[in-house]
Design a protein around this ligand. Structure first.
Ligand code: HQG
Length: 178
């Protein structure tokens, strides 16, 4: 099992557990959990085995998945409307969002909106935000006044793997970092 294999499997699990379980006829419950036996059975043709899935869950660079008993789910990143059951928590004073320069005009007009996903994703570290932003093009980092938002009544959630989630970041809480 090499790193490429792990990465590919992680991508495929993300597709199934966040976006399109129907790709292999998989069912998720309302909290996003899939039955491991069903997943293994239905993904066998694509080369997934229990050992490979368990290895990915353990070694994934962002700890994207959780296994609990005989169930597996993605920790964040869903476009499917599932309930992760996260409790609202107090955010750090500042959070970061990395994005592409070409989105800036729109973001500074409309704020950060969740696009296809269930939440806007924010990072505690500038470095992580930079990696997230680079996926989209020439990167720019936005500083989010999380304290100000929290005091204004906006809710924040922390995913199992340390990603900060919120519904929207209005433009007045955003500042472009130079
Ligand atoms: C942008 C990855 C125009 C937003 C990462 C982003 C993360 C706007 C893109 C997780 C906008 C959406 C999420 C507006 C937001 N106008 N563009 N008003 N509001 N955008 O991929 O945050 O590796 O859905 O800035 O690590 O990039 O897959 O969100 O550029 O944690 O596990 O619209 O996905 O995790 O892109 O990434 P995405 P994201 P994984």
């Amino acid at each position: 099992m090499n790193n490429k294999n792990i990465k590919q499997t992680s991508r495929f699990l993300s597709l199934l557990l966040r976006h399109k379980p129907e790709t292999i006829g998989l069912k998720l419950d309302e909290n996003g959990w899939a039955d491991m036996d069903e997943l293994i059975k239905k993904s066998k043709k694509r080369g997934l085995t229990r050992a490979l899935i368990e290895r990915v869950v353990e070694q994934d660079d962002k700890q994207r998945f959780s296994i609990e008993g005989n169930r597996i789910r993605a920790n964040q990143g869903h476009s499917l409307a599932i309930d992760l059951g996260l409790k609202a928590v107090t955010p750090p004073e500042v959070l970061y969002h990395g994005t592409a320069i070409r989105f800036l005009d729109s973001i500074m007009k409309m704020g950060l909106t969740k696009q296809k996903r269930q939440y806007v994703h924010l990072s505690k570290e500038i470095e992580t935000a930079t990696h997230v932003g680079m996926r989209h093009g020439k990167v720019v980092i936005l500083e989010v006044d999380a304290k100000g938002m929290y005091e204004a009544g906006y809710l924040f959630y922390l995913s199992e793997n340390g990603v900060w989630l919120t519904d929207v970041v209005p433009k007045e809480f955003l500042r472009e970092m130079v």
